[in-house]
Design a protein around this ligand. Structure first.
Ligand code: ATP
Length: 429
């Protein structure tokens, strides 16, 4: 039976939201989790809840440049009004930095290429509106409307690799930076579920990583390979009573931001993996930041391991000129901020010194510039130096910054070796 004059459509649709928070509070993931609950309460079926991390170098980001997409079965017009009302109610519109965007699309989604550019590079508001129009999507911009970029990217994203995050929230009106989460329970959760989950703690530096210190509603978040591992960990955590929880499918921990690059050919604000040869001894500067220069024979590139990367800097300091590496990180202010590094080859360090005297076995000394060596005991002479090789303290392989310094998109090594990028075989062997 159908009711004349009343039409309700129920289709597979995607809802994208972004830029609802400010440095003073709120979080788009919280709004997304709450929106999913409201849609469900209105009778819609939620098929997936996605947390999409975008280019980490975007200057407008409040914290981690996240946007949210929800796939649901329902009426797009109803979803659009529910989402609009929730943004009006919860987004921190009084903040100059909060410029929300909302998109709802049906059968036709904006192209995945738009999301790829938003994750690896830069998009414009006009570009986001154009792809919405092409896809026949409903969209809305608040204030300067920049959030439409993230909202569109979130619904357009195709994940070739995906991980999960279990986000647990406290009341949105609480703005204190401290949270009541039992650190022992977090350590236990990680011990039981690692490497199915990661970045709950940073054991090497004795830090808790998964509890933020910002004034937003996130109580803690457990990251891992899939919903089963993160759920197991979450249920081991003891904390103040949460008000809301949700499991997100995400592109966190996938290296989706990294492009293959070459020294001398990098664009500001993008992130790369770059092959090269260490060109000069690493230098530790003011504040403990370590600078490493690599070269491709023509151009050179400065790579930085900043102080918060802690023990990772010791790996960088142990490199010497001639070592072959692949560096990964964001190119900002004309240097690459290291997230991880692959050491491909480390030739032994050659040390040239005075030889032992063949007649009396004593160590010879220099006889003067380009005059070889002479024995101060028996007067014997030699032109040949003694050559020895110093043991290296590092080995070929991948090295990464600790969890406390990891960017959201960076793939932790506990997920397995990074995907093999297309570098020439002779460089890699
Ligand atoms: P929130 O929790 O609100 O999402 P956030 O740290 O994720 O906080 P936003 O407040 O969303 O950051 O600010 C990021 C802004 O930058 C958004 O308006 C988003 O649309 C925009 N943006 C994200 N990625 C890009 C990009 N690649 N090019 C241009 N603008 C972008």
């Amino acid at each position: 039976m159908s009711l004349i004059g009343w039409e309700s459509r129920s289709i597979d649709m995607w809802i994208g939201i972004d830029d609802t928070d400010s440095p003073q509070g709120m979080c788009t993931t919280y709004l997304g989790a709450l929106l999913a609950r409201h849609l469900e309460e209105s009778g819609m079926e939620i098929r997936s809840l996605r947390l999409v991390r975008l280019n980490p170098n975007i200057i407008w980001k409040t914290r981690g440049n996240a946007a949210i997409a929800i796939e649901a079965i329902g009426d797009p017009d109803v979803a659009f009004s529910i989402a609009s009302a929730l943004i009006e109610e919860l987004a921190d519109l009084s903040s100059e930095k909060t410029n929300p965007g909302l998109v709802v699309c049906g059968e036709s989604r904006p192209p995945a290429a738009f999301a790829e550019e938003a994750i690896t590079g830069f998009c414009t508001i006009e570009g986001a509106i154009a792809v919405c129009e092409d896809a026949g999507a409903r969209y809305r911009l608040w204030k300067n409307g920049r959030g439409i970029i993230g909202a569109v990217a979130a619904v357009a994203a195709d994940f070739s690799d995906a991980t999960s995050e279990y986000l647990v929230y406290r009341d949105v009106t609480i703005h204190e930076s401290t949270r009541c989460v039992d650190p022992l329970s977090l350590r236990l959760a990680e011990a039981v579920t690692y490497p199915g989950t990661w970045d709950t703690c940073d054991p090497e530096n004795n830090l808790i990583v998964c509890v933020p210190h910002t004034p937003d509603p996130v109580l803690y978040g457990i990251r891992g390979n899939d919903p089963v591992w993160i759920s197991l960990a979450r249920h081991l955590v003891i904390s103040e009573p949460p008000v809301l929880e949700a499991i997100f499918e995400t592109n966190q921990g996938t290296d989706a931001h990294l492009l293959v690059g070459s020294v001398g050919n990098l664009e500001e604000g993008r992130s790369y993996c770059v092959p090269g040869i260490v060109a000069s001894p690493p230098k530790t500067g003011i504040g403990g930041h370590v600078a490493l220069r690599i070269s491709d024979g023509n151009d050179s590139l400065t790579c930085m391991a900043y102080e918060p990367t802690r023990g990772f800097r010791d790996i960088i300091r142990a490199l010497v000129p001639g070592d072959r590496v692949i560096v990964c990180g964001s190119y900002k202010n004309r240097s690459l901020n290291l997230e991880k590094i692959r050491i491909i080859s480390i030739p032994p360090i050659r040390i040239t010194g005075a030889p032992l005297c063949e007649s009396c076995g004593k160590k010879m000394t220099s006889a003067g510039k380009e005059k070889g060596y002479k024995c101060r005991v028996c007067g014997a002479r030699s032109r040949e130096p003694c050559i020895s090789y110093q043991e290296r303290t590092i080995h070929p392989g991948w090295y990464e910054v600790p969890p406390s310094a990891r960017r959201h998109l960076a793939r932790p090594l506990c997920r397995g070796e990074p995907v093999s990028w297309d570098f020439p075989e002779d460089f890699l062997s």
